[in-house]
Structures are given as structure tokens and as C-alpha cells.
Design a protein around this ligand. Sequence first.
Ligand code: NAP
Length: 257
Amino acid sequence: MLTSLHGKSVLVTGGTSGIGLGIAVGFARQGAKVAISGRQRDKVEAVASRLRDQGLAVIGLAADVGDRTQVLRMIEEVAQAQGGLDVLCANAGVFPSAALAEMSETDWDKVLGTNAKGTFLCVQAALPYLRRAEYGRVILTSSITGPVTGFPGWAHYGASKAAQLGFMRTAAIELARDGITINALLPGNIATEGLQGMGEDYQASMAASIPLKRLGTVEDIASAALFFASREAGYVTGQSLIIDGGQILPESLQALA
Ligand code: NAP
């Protein structure tokens, strides 16, 4: 049984859908005060209001994680509304597909600007508040794509997700001085609105390639986030946890037969 996260102040960027929403609900069900963010103000407010109707302590804030001014304002608003910040889940991410031969500089900048730079901006802005927390926690949503595997169309995405891990390893050393840990979730293929956009065929072929024979759920990822946020995970920092149903393990199609 992990120590309670009741009353902790949590921010989940990209918390309006998919994995981020699952993480936000996971923390809120533990009695944490949770802020969710996304770029679309209407969506942020609608999702937060729906969660409050379910009895969960959730507020919504609109901010683009790639914009320093908006990030600083978001973090300050969260800290004010929730009495500080204990846990930052830097989860917001985009995964548009572009073949390498056709990839534009704009495609590259958009993906790296959200996934990699957004991580840096959010962690840096949160630091003053995390330092004041009883024990500060940063949890990044990376991916198996990039750090471990590749997939056509995602050279920029893979680079951004690997960049998060490079960032994390040095950040872990710097943050350790303040008793703050930083760790990364590496989801495999998780059934989210974002993944639905990849189409039925993609989802079916992915499920068939996973030893546990199903896509992951957002609850699978939320459970790992709750562990990293717990007091008991206090001696774990700079690490990544693959949550993929065994997807990266088979050496060949024969291994799955
Ligand atoms: P999703 O359903 O598309 O949700 C993405 C969230 O991020 C939304 O709340 C979106 O809200 C927000 N967002 C996107 N760009 C943003 C920006 N610039 N500033 C602020 N918020 C932004 O995606 P998901 O599948 O849950 O993915 C979430 C994270 O998990 C990503 O980092 C992704 O790389 C990672 N991941 C996903 C999978 C998977 O199988 N689904 C696997 C591995 C890793 P707005 O659009 O309103 O801004």
C-alpha cells in the first residue's frame, strides 16, 4: 500500500484527453488537487467541469507548453489555486506523421517545440514551487518510439521522445539537490483519442504485435505515474519505465506465434 497522495497539488499538461486525462483522473481519485492543461480553452474548461461533476477536485487552464510566457502563467495559476505544486506531469505531446523525405522544417520544429522544448519550459517554470514541496516529483511522458523503437513517419517524434530522456538524466542530478525526483513513462501503444486517429488497421496490427495481445489503457499508464509520484518512489530518479504489454520484446513474428 503506497502512502496517500491525498491533498497533493498536481499539474498534468495535456490533461484534456488520452493518457494525460487518465493520469489526471488517477491522481484525482487518490484525493489529489489536479490541474489539467491544453491549448483549447473551451475543451480545458469542459473537461475540468465534467470531472468536477464526478466529485473530483480538478481545475482547467489553457496554455501552450511551447510558449514560455503561457507556461509561466499556467504554473503560477496552478500554484495559487492549489496552494503550491508537488507533482508535475509533463505529458503534453503531438505525434503527426511525416515521411523523412518530405518532412519540412516546420514539421520538425512543431514536434520538437511541443514535445522537447515544452518539457524543458514546464520543468524549469515548476522548479521554484517543486523546491518548496515536501517532496517534489516530475513525471515525463516519453514513449517507446525513439528511446527504444522506430516507426516510419516518426523520425521527428522519435527524436523528441529520446530528447526527453537525455534532458531527464541531467535534470535528475541537478534536481536531486532539492530532493526532487524526475522519471519517465515510456508507453507502448495506448488506446487514446490520439491513437484512434491512426485508424482501425493500425490499431489492430499493433494489438497483434503485442505479447499481451491488447493495446494499453490510460489506467495502465496512470498506475505507473502514481508510483513515481509516491513517497515510496523517493529513491528512484532519472529512470524510465516501459509500459507496453511486452511490445518491444519479440525478436521476430515467429516469437509471437
Ligand atoms: P492526445 O489524446 O492527442 O492528447 C494530447 C494532449 O496534449 C491533449 O490534451 C492536447 O490538448 C495536449 N497538447 C498537445 N499539444 C499541446 C501544446 N502545445 N500545449 C499544451 N497542450 C498540448 O494524445 P495521447 O495519445 O494521450 O498522448 C499523450 C502523451 O503520451 C504524448 O506526449 C505522447 O507522445 C505520449 N504517448 C502516447 C502514446 C499512445 O499510444 N497514445 C504512446 C506513447 C507515448 P490540445 O490539443 O487542446 O492542446
